[in-house]
Every structure is written in C-alpha cells, then in structure tokens.
Design a protein around this ligand. Structure first.
Ligand SMILES: [Zn+2]
Length: 275
C-alpha cells in the first residue's frame, strides 16, 4: 500500500493512469492533464488548487488521486474539455445564432451531459403528448415514469407549464424548418383561411399556406397561424393574415409572392389580391 511519500510500484501507477485518463506522472510527481490545460479558466474557481497543476502532487495515495478526480475544480475542467469536443459537432449548430452574451447561450454552455440528457427526454415526452393530443396534465406523470427508468430530472421541469413551453419551442422549430425556410424559397404562396370559434366564443381565423415545396416540388398545404381578426369582413381578415406573416418574419414573402387569398365561409367565397 502506498504511503504519502512513497512512490507506488510501476504496476500500480500503470493501473492508475489507465483508470484516470487525465493523470500524468513526471519526475516523481502527479499532474492533471485537464486541469493544466484549463488552468486559466479554473483560476477563478472557489476551490482552486494547483496541487495537480504547477506544483504537481507527491501525495502518492489513491485516495488523493480519487479526491482530485471528484473535486469541483476537476469537474469544471472536464466540462470545459467536453464542451470543446462537443463545440465542433453539436453545440455550434444549435446555438450559433444566439449572441455570445445571451444568458441562454451561457447557460447552455455550462450544461452537463446529464442536464442535456434530461432536457432531451423532456422534449421527447412533450412531443409525444402533443402528437397524441394528450393534455399537459399528463406530463408530470410521464416524467415520474422517466425517473423510475433512471433519468434524473430537476423539479422545475416536471410541471405542466414546462410541458407547454417545450411544445411551444418544438412547434417553432418545426415551423421554421418545414414551413418558414421553404416559404422563403418558394416562388408563389397561396393563403387559405377559415373561421372558427373557440371555447370562449371568440371568432378565430385558421390560416394555412399552400406552396410548392422547393426541395421536393410537391404541392404542400401547411398550418400557418391562428389569429383573432379585429372584424369578420374582408379588411379585418386581410389584416389578420398580414399580421401573422409579419409576426413570423415573412411579410416580404407575402408582398412579393402572395397570390389571391380565398376564404371559404359557408356558402360564399370572399377573395382579394395582395400581390
Ligand atoms: Zn484535474
């Protein structure tokens, strides 16, 4: 058994370096490859210690190596390393459009693998509920089930309101990928709308777009927006459509490529041109 000052046998050291990939042994001292690499970022750490960095440790006990391995500083170094690896493959794609100083981006950058895993599971559960037309109130129970399967969740993510937010972001992403990005490249866009009253008997306009998919050349009809028009006449509905295009950042598309809009209402058809 190694004592604090006695260097263990080569066989033991070999075992240690195999187990702790970060461990480097030079001139009878132990160094951490990761903490050395990220020293500048770690220097402001509350429990910063240079034992495995500049000085090198000569505390030749396995418990000391273990202690460094589980220290907050070392897990920070691990985090920096993982983010660097992930940065090229994944993180850049996901967050490249968010400004550097955005709190969301900083939060995402600090996320551990576990937290990312938890978020992915939450989004999957929310997507399932939306797809199956289930109520938000099913969400907490399904999260409990995920917990039984070993996924660790933060309590703030298990609420039905969280489910609502997840579904909102999923819908924005799906809309941007499947509708907005294609509409921006489509040569012509037709807009359909029809009225419907919700549970509070407020008249709503369901707005759909029809366009030829620029990638597959298949005519496509997609849900676009649900709006509450100021009035039920042509002017009110036209305004609702224009507002919905504005809100989705597509007003140029409507102005340049819009074709006559038709509204079917019981037995009559109202039509006007916006082009
Ligand atoms: Zn370390």
């Amino acid at each position: 058994m190694a004592s604090a000052s006695n260097v263990p046998k080569p066989r033991t050291l070999k075992k240690w370096t195999a187990e702790f990939k970060w461990l480097e042994i030079r001139e009878n001292r132990m160094y951490c490859r990761l903490c050395t690499k990220w020293q500048k970022k770690l220097a402001s750490c509350r429990n910063y210690s240079d034992a495995f960095i500049t000085k090198g440790s000569n505390n030749w006990q396995r418990s000391a190596v273990n202690e460094h391995n589980t220290s907050a500083m070392h897990s920070d170094a691990n985090g920096h390393e993982n983010r660097e690896i992930l940065g090229d493959q994944f993180r850049k794609h996901v967050v490249h459009t968010i400004p550097e100083d955005n709190p969301l981006k900083q939060c995402f950058a600090r996320m551990s693998e576990n937290e990312r895993h938890m978020l992915v599971r939450s989004f999957e559960v929310a997507y399932y509920l939306a797809k199956k037309g289930r109520p938000y109130s099913d969400f907490p129970e399904l999260i409990e089930l995920e917990k039984m399967h070993g996924v660790k969740f933060l309590s703030s993510y298990g609420h039905r309101n969280a489910c609502k937010e997840f579904i909102h972001f999923i819908s924005v992403t799906i809309f941007n990928e499947n509708v907005k990005n294609k509409l921006l490249r489509a040569n012509f866009v037709s807009v359909l709308c029809d009225g419907s009253t919700d549970s509070s008997i407020v008249e709503k306009e369901l707005i759909y777009v029809i366009f030829v998919d620029p990638d597959t050349f298949v005519p496509t009809c997609s849900f676009f927006s649900l709006k509450e028009p100021i009035s039920q006449d042509a002017a009110g509905i036209k305004q609702a459509i224009e507002e919905s295009f504005q809100q989705k950042g597509l007003c140029d598309t409507l102005e340049k490529n819009g074709v006559p809009i038709l509204r079917w209402c019981s037995h009559k058809t109202l039509g006007w041109s916006v082009g």
